[in-house]
Write a protein that binds this ligand. Structure first.
Ligand code: GRG
Length: 291
């Protein structure tokens, strides 16, 4: 998938989210919530969901609630990640971080509200999938977001600062921090397509591998990217003493590791034939991206 197609998918999720926000009660938190989700961002996780949906000929209408819910969770995690008590970043997506623009307490509450909105969007009465599937999606998304997923991975990321960690400790932390939400993206399409447990497990692992690849690419961008393209500060990992594969084995070996992970992912997708073309292109976009 080229960046044009990713943009098209991003617009579809943005349009859904805008309508969803407009239907909400107009509290004062809506503005920072919109700021944190709608203005910018690649919405690559939406492309993962739509691309996996293509494997099973799923209609977009069955996927958009999941895309919007995942982007709410992702945006909440970025809002909280930028806070002074976390990574303390003043810029995100080429503009001021949510806490710089609206204040710390507002940013925390807007993040919390996006986290809960995600579950509201999946359980919505107007979302026409079975209640069983909704429960399975809610269960999966909760597990990928909390202490066994994003929040747990973030905890390890902060705890590992300025410490030497083994390769599998680093990849375990990155699988949680970033991989689990990608895991959910592929798993969710399997749930909606009513696939069996074995295939859903296969999809979860596939998604998590793609998420790890995404995080590895993020670590390369921190070294050779530009703030202009990424919209966020770069060259921070070394300054903060972050545990990454690059800090452990060097850039070249880390790149080879990422490349062999990419090849493994593409090999796994072969069983889906041409239906996997969009997902395959997303994987290559993820590794070669500059933003
Ligand atoms: C629970 C208080 C509390 C905080 C949690 C969950 C969390 C803090 C932080 C999440 C960890 C995190 C930010 C992981 C990094 C993932 C990553 C590479 C983000 C960048 O994603 P992109 O490039 O961003 O998809 P855009 O801007 O395109 O949406």
């Amino acid at each position: 998938m080229n960046s044009k197609k990713i943009n098209v998918n991003a617009k579809k999720t943005d349009t859904f989210l805008k309508r969803y926000f407009n239907k909400q009660k107009r509290t004062e938190l809506i503005r920072p919530m919109k700021y944190g989700t709608l203005a910018g961002g690649k919405k690559i996780r939406s492309s993962m969901i739509i691309g996996t949906g293509k494997l099973f000929n799923l209609k977009l209408a069955k996927l958009l609630n999941v895309c919007a819910a995942v982007e709410c969770i992702h945006s909440y995690s970025l809002i909280h990640d930028d806070l002074p008590c976390m990574d303390n970043d003043k810029f995100r997506r080429g503009k001021l971080s949510t806490h710089v623009k609206f204040g710390e307490s507002t940013a925390i509450l807007a993040g919390n509200s996006l986290l809960t909105l995600a579950f509201e969007i999946i359980s919505d009465k107007n979302y026409k999938i079975s209640n069983d599937s909704k429960v399975e999606l809610i269960e999966g998304l909760a597990a990928c977001s909390g202490h066994t997923g994003i929040a747990g991975g973030q905890y390890l990321d902060l705890k590992f600062e300025k410490k030497k960690r083994k390769l599998n400790q680093i990849t375990d932390m990155q699988r949680k921090k970033t991989g689990k939400l990608f895991n959910f993206c592929c798993f969710a399409a399997g749930v909606i397509a009513r696939k069996n447990d074995k295939e859903k497990k296969f999809l979860s692992k596939l998604g998590e591998d793609i998420g790890l690849l995404f995080q590895l690419a993020d670590d390369f961008i921190d070294i050779d990217g530009t703030q202009k393209l990424t919209g966020k500060p770069i060259k921070k990992d070394k300054k903060k003493g972050k545990s990454t594969l690059i800090s452990l084995i060097g850039y070249k070996k880390a790149y080879n590791y990422a490349n062999s992970l990419r090849n493994n992912i593409l090999r796994k997708l072969l069983i889906y034939g041409k239906k996997a073309n969009d997902l395959k292109n997303t994987v290559d976009f993820i590794l070669n991206r500059k933003f």
